[in-house]
Design a protein around this ligand. Structure first.
Ligand SMILES: Nc1ncnc2c1ncn2[C@@H]1O[C@H](COP(=O)(O)OP(=O)(O)O)[C@@H](O)[C@H]1O
Ligand SMILES: [Mg+2]
Length: 242
């Protein structure tokens, strides 16, 4: 479904993403991990059309998407969330999600129906009238997910949707992601919460200084010496012990 070949992006003297290749099958959950500054978000920005690569090829369902605008890529079924969630604070939760739904329909009525449907899925139906600016962080993360789901993606790129959440909130969002995937949506997941990424992903790719340093099933990645060296952290150690 997704074929990335030789993707590179430089910011001035900094090679943020270096010759990155990856592929994804329909319906797969692929984890993308690596230390801060490894180039994960930049990779997302390139794949979703928010940045143009210096070189490399990105094919989504057989079609090159390099040079397409984010809304065009979204229309093909590839949608991403943002690490720093930025809902329209003065719009209601419902209005925020309707903006996403309008990617698929010109009918405001239909968009509202779709928005309610995905808000129910993410457990925010009780908050439809609340201003997005009044939500808690956990609720804003769910809103971000709902906005993305409203565009009806077949491939969803999630950028740290669990960052800053409590253990309970994290568990709920893991279950939510599992449910979204069960109805056929492929997921590319950037995540620092190792226990979550290990349990959700069928396969994991590890980035370090813009380069892919490892790829494999979670159990193999957890024991890869290069990964442990690049990415040793308390959470990581906790996940491999758990
Ligand atoms: N728009 C930008 N301009 C300049 N440097 C950037 C920009 N975006 C990211 N970077 C740099 O590129 C590197 C990779 O960043 P990023 O992709 O955000 O990493 P990650 O998401 O893995 O933490 C970092 O050193 C970051 O400071
Ligand atoms: Mg990032």
């Amino acid at each position: 479904m997704l074929e990335v070949r030789g993707l590179s992006k430089r910011f001035g003297g900094l090679q943020a993403v270096c010759d990155l290749s990856l592929s994804m099958a329909e319906g797969e959950v692929l984890g993308l991990i690596g230390p801060n500054g490894a180039g994960k978000t930049t990779a997302f920005n390139l794949i979703s059309g928010f940045l143009v690569p210096d070189s490399g090829e990105i094919k989504f369902r057989g079609r090159s998407v390099v040079g397409l605008r984010p809304h065009q890529i979204c229309h093909l079924g590839l949608t991403r969330t943002f690490q720093l969630v930025r809902p329209f604070p003065h719009l209601s939760v419902l209005e925020n999600v309707k903006v996403g739904a309008l990617a698929r329909t010109a009918s405001v009525r239909e968009a509202a129906g779709k928005a309610r449907h995905v808000l129910e899925e993410v457990g925010l139906l009780a908050k439809v009238e609340v201003h997005a600016g009044e939500l808690t962080l956990a609720e804003r993360k769910r809103l971000e997910l709902a906005r993305a789901l409203a565009t009806e993606p077949v491939l969803l790129l999630l950028d740290e949707v669990m960052a800053g959440l409590t253990a309970t909130e994290t568990e709920r969002i893991v279950e939510l992601i599992r449910a979204i995937n069960r109805r056929g949506v492929a997921i590319l997941l950037i995540e620092h919460v190792m226990r979550a990424v290990m349990s959700l992903s069928g396969r994991i790719i590890v980035l370090n200084y813009g380069e892919r340093i490892a790829e494999g099933p979670p159990a193999v990645i957890a024991n890869d010496a290069r990964v442990i060296e690049a990415y040793l952290g308390e959470e990581y150690v906790g996940a491999t012990q758990g």
